[in-house]
Design a protein around this ligand. Structure first.
Ligand code: DGY
Length: 322
């Protein structure tokens, strides 16, 4: 590459990633990590050959149609691509990539943390400690549920789901899952396949959501499906808020349809999440930090750079999604 292609980087990336990007590209960085609105993004894109965004920037069909012809690729710093209208990108011949695999371990850690936090009432315990409300120990104090030996249902047994299953086996959990198709035996590693979401929900104690947000999964966890779960069960979500109907989940948590939830992702995040969640003691809440480790954030950036390098060499990028 002689003239280095210009890459518009929409958010502050790890230093090591920004340094590596500058080896092959001319990066336009965002050192203050300001969230650009669409107009600003389109304006900055005028001088860019590619964009390296996060899931915080939305590329609707309209936005993609307005991208300058010069922009050849959207190389996401994310595994999820629900913020990009992939069909619109295909039509405009803008290449879109993501960063799979490298965040599976970090996300699986957060799924386990959510399970444990929800089961063992971690939010309540923390609040009691921080507010100096701890008055006594008693056999009835802060009694939660155990996840050891329970039945874990994985909705979407892809890369992250399979790592969660492996971690959960360390807690002697038995693994159940639903995918469109069963996995081959080596990937399933003994996990029991359910050919319907409904069948899965009725068979488990803990549900961990790992399917992407799409037209097929939006609002999947609705009132009717939540009602199929056991009243002692726990729901955790590290995928996308859109898979859950918030009114239905908040009502299920209030009325005892299920026992508890652990959430890292939300509809309307970050500032317009369902207010009901904040009111409830039986919800353990985290602010979308599934991939937030030094190791993973570096790896996501390096993977996005590898995709860009392939694109500008005229090769097929490893993680092309459109
Ligand atoms: C992802 O990569 O999709 C994570 O949710 C962070 O964007």
């Amino acid at each position: 590459m002689t003239d280095k292609p210009v890459v518009l980087v929409t958010r502050k990336l790890p230093d090591a990633v920004e340094k590596k990007l500058a080896q092959d590209f001319t990066p336009v960085l965002n050192p203050d990590d300001r969230l650009y609105d669409t107009e600003e993004l389109l304006q900055l894109a005028e001088n860019a050959d590619a964009i390296l965004p996060c899931h915080t920037e939305r590329f609707s069909a309209e936005t993609i149609a307005r991208l300058p012809a010069r922009v050849k690729a959207i190389a996401n710093f994310s595994v999820g691509v629900d913020h990009v209208d992939l069909e619109a990108a295909r039509q405009k011949q803008v290449i879109v990539t993501n960063t799979p695999d490298v965040l599976s371990d970090a996300t699986a850690e957060i799924a386990m943390l959510l399970m444990l936090g929800a089961a063992r009432r971690a939010s309540e315990g923390e609040r009691i400690m921080r507010n100096q409300q701890w008055k006594d120990w008693s056999p009835a104090f802060m009694v939660g549920r155990q996840i050891t030996g329970k039945r874990l249902g994985i909705l979407g047994m892809g890369r992250v789901g399979q790592v969660v299953a492996a971690r959960a086996r360390g807690f002697d959990m038995t693994i159940h899952y639903h995918n469109r198709k069963p996995l081959d035996a080596s990937q399933a590693a003994g996990a029991e396949y359910h050919d319907s979401v409904e069948g899965l929900l009725a068979a488990i104690d803990v549900l961990s959501i790992h399917c992407p947000a799409s037209d097929a999964t939006r609002g999947l966890l609705n009132r009717e499906r939540l009602a199929l779960m056991h009243p002692d069960s726990i729901l955790v979500n590290t995928s996308r808020g859109a898979v859950v109907d918030d009114d239905a989940l908040v009502n299920a948590l209030i009325s005892g349809v299920i026992a508890a939830a652990g959430l890292d992702v939300y509809n309307g995040e970050p500032d317009a999440i369902h207010p009901g969640y904040r009111e409830l003691d039986n919800v353990f809440l985290l602010p979308h930090i599934g991939s937030a480790t030094v190791e993973t954030r570096d790896a996501m950036g390096f993977r996005a750079i590898d995709n860009l390098i392939a694109i500008f060499k005229g090769e097929q990028p490893g993680d092309r999604v459109a």
